[in-house]
Design a protein. Structure first.
Length: 257
């Protein structure tokens, strides 16, 4: 799987942590090129190296291929700290939209399978509910100006989860998981007027109820007709500041001091 390693300029070596990032694209598209500007900005603001990883798209193979790829990347990174320039002590997973789903699901898998240990998860406008049942999703579907966005989410899930039974699997639908204890601290960023807003915030509430240290923040409205809207919003608004503050609060030495 192609991947790109981003390092902050003049960063100490080995770095005190590393972020694994999964790109957007609704499981059926997206690429490392499309998230490049955001990941560069994330690397600089977070002060940590970031490994942006691809994964198997649904047009090649549906669930669970992508999430198994995401989990395999986390294990690979955890076992090779020296070659990636970090100290092996603080590993975080992150992602936007479909990548946010993979970050959340791979955190569940890491807990269930006993490795690797994660210091945190950063879910940016994540897709977490294949049932498309939230109020924000239904409201957008009734709005003719942005109904196509909700339709695109439905089409993405049809491609990723062609078997209806898989749409309740916790590694495909983290929002539907009944076991949310023992997960790493989470930062969840939603956006105003985004059909994914409610599922992101509901997942945050469920993590809090399960005892997971979780911070939920809502960003300004998105220009949803723009395919790069979520990456641009996360780069241009307050998302990077929220991420940097979240990482600093994890008490990673040298970060946020």
């Amino acid at each position: 799987m192609p991947a790109r390693l981003y390092r902050p300029a003049n960063a100490e070596k080995p770095a005190p942590g590393l972020i694994v990032f999964f790109h957007q694209g609704g499981f059926v598209g997206g690429s490392l090129d499309e998230c490049d500007e955001f990941v560069r900005a994330l690397t600089l603001r977070a002060g940590l190296p970031v490994l942006a990883s691809s994964y198997t798209l649904a047009c090649r193979q549906p669930f669970p291929a992508a999430v198994e790829d995401a989990y395999a990347v986390l294990r690979w990174v955890a076992r090779r700290p020296n070659s990636l320039g970090w100290n092996g002590e603080r590993l975080l997973c992150a992602g936007i939209e479909a990548g946010g789903n993979l970050a959340a699901a791979s955190a569940l898998m890491a807990r269930d399978r006993g490795e690797p240990a994660l210091a945190g998860q950063i879910l940016i406008m994540p897709m977490l509910d294949p049932g498309l049942t939230t109020c924000s999703m239904r409201a957008m579907n009734r709005n003719p100006d942005v109904a196509g966005v909700a339709d695109a989410c439905a089409a993405a899930y049809r491609g990723y989860l062609p078997r209806v039974a898989d749409r309740l699997h916790p590694y495909a639908a983290p929002l539907q998981s009944s076991r949310l204890k023992g997960l790493p601290p989470a930062l969840i960023l939603s956006a105003e007027e985004d059909p994914l807003c409610d599922e992101a915030e509901q997942y945050g509430a469920r993590l809090i109820a399960a005892g997971t240290r979780t911070l939920v923040r809502r960003l300004p409205p998105l220009p949803l007709q723009d395919g790069a809207a979520r990456c641009n919003c996360a780069r241009e608004q307050t998302a990077l500041e929220e991420i940097a503050a979240f990482i600093g609060a994890l008490r990673i030495p040298g970060i946020g001091d």
